[in-house]
Design a protein around this ligand. Structure first.
Ligand SMILES: Nc1ncnc2c1ncn2[C@@H]1O[C@H](COP(=O)(O)OP(=O)(O)OP(=O)(O)O)[C@@H](O)[C@H]1O
Ligand SMILES: [Mg+2]
Length: 363
């Protein structure tokens, strides 16, 4: 087990592509850190540099106190699992797990013990004699995990390891991987572009965009205290609703106003706008933080476009001029298309964004 530090790491491919730009990251011992971002934002490249499969263009990488920037992969003591598992088809599960241990010339009894221990963690003890072709996708995934754990790596890297699994298995493997991490205690960097996977597994999430780190924080932080419109939009399903609103200072109070909305801010929130000099902000509100209320209590009224039943609740889509916002409402009564919906906000959850910088005003 060890810490991982990436210091001002940049990776440029050819002349024009900067895949990772001035990347700084510290992963704590035994932490489960998730790199999250849209396709092409540089997640895999960042991982491959840690594993030594890709050279850095500039910057340094440390594992514990060791500067590994120029070390070949086999000297880094890092295990990496890829999206396609890459289990060797011609070897039994046992031999797949034992392979790297044999290369280390460990005594046979020790190899046997480590193989069984790693297989036990991933619950595949009963599959050790099978070939990968005789396993389901989820089972192959477990073989890849066992194989990576067996060598007792300092750092455990996983690049979208669940993306080949069907939706249901993905969700149950999340839980299993997390449980394995709890037991093995390995310092782990896990890559995904699935925000709900990131939220459910991470100690901390690193949100990336265009090769850069945009925000680092606990799942709670990035969800409730998104520092930019990009993060507020990327995290959560349905995502944050955004509305452009005028900021009107009237007497002591501050109102947020647009053609559907007139909201008098509570003092605790209004204070964030005291020193804000522009007359517009982008208001961000999560679908579960809008409440259906009676007409006279409403800050926002508009008409229901459609409602999507989800069993435990319904997601109500509401048309506001040329945009649609979504509200999570109790499952019944079903809200019919065309009916007027009256809403208020849980004010303490509101986010204010500067329309020019797209950054949060209230931190
Ligand atoms: N070997 C390469 N040569 C040139 N460009 C590359 C190379 N590898 C990656 N890139 C580019 O670098 C950028 C980052 O790619 P990377 O694979 O790291 O993204 P990613 O975040 O892992 O995306 P995904 O979620 O689709 O896997 C992309 O623009 C990609 O086209
Ligand atoms: Mg990738």
């Amino acid at each position: 087990m060890a810490t991982l530090k990436m210091q001002n790491v940049t990776k440029q491919f050819g002349r024009n592509v900067i895949a990772v730009r001035d990347f700084n990251l510290e992963v704590k011992e035994q932490e489960f850190l998730v790199l999250l971002g849209p396709s092409g934002c540089g997640k895999t490249t960042a991982m491959r540099m840690v594993a030594g499969l890709e050279e850095v263009t500039t910057g340094k990488i440390f594992i514990g106190d060791r500067d590994v920037t120029d070390l070949p992969p086999r000297k880094r003591n890092v295990s990496m699992i890829f999206q396609n598992y890459a289990v060797w088809p011609h070897m039994t599960v046992y031999d797949n797990i034992a392979f790297a241990l044999k290369l280390k010339n460990l005594p046979a009894e020790e190899i046997d013990r480590k193989v069984k221990e790693a297989a036990g963690l991933a619950k595949i003890e009963m599959l050790l004699d099978r070939l990968p072709a005789q396993l389901s996708g989820g089972q192959q995934q477990r073989v890849a995990v066992s194989r990576a754990i067996a060598v007792n790596p300092d750092i455990f890297l996983m690049d979208e390891p669940l993306s080949n699994l069907d939706a249901k298995l993905r969700v149950s493997m999340r839980t299993e991987l997390k449980a394995i991490h709890e037991k093995a205690g390995s310092t782990t960097v896990f890559v995904t572009h699935d925000q709900s996977e990131a939220m459910s597994m991470a100690d901390r999430i690193v949100i990336m965009k265009d090769g850069e780190v945009i925000q680092v924080g606990s799942p709670d932080d990035v969800y409730h205290r998104s520092r930019s419109i990009f993060v507020a939009d990327f995290i959560g399903t349905p995502p944050t609703n955004f509305m452009e609103v005028d900021v009107r200072k009237e007497g002591e109070g501050i109102h947020l106003v647009n053609s559907h909305l007139n909201l008098l801010l509570e003092p605790a929130l209004a204070k964030h706008l005291n020193t804000y000099s522009k007359d517009k902000i982008i208001l961000g509100v999560r679908p579960e933080n809008m409440l259906l209320v009676s007409e006279d209590e409403a800050a926002l009224s508009a008409s229901c476009l459609v409602s999507e039943p989800q069993g435990s609740h319904q997601v109500v889509a509401i048309q506001l001029d040329d945009s649609i916002i979504k509200v999570i409402a109790p499952a019944s009564p079903t809200i019919l298309p065309g009916t007027a919906v009256h809403m208020s906000f849980k004010q303490e959850t509101l986010r204010f964004f500067d329309p020019d910088t797209t950054l949060a005003i209230n931190d």
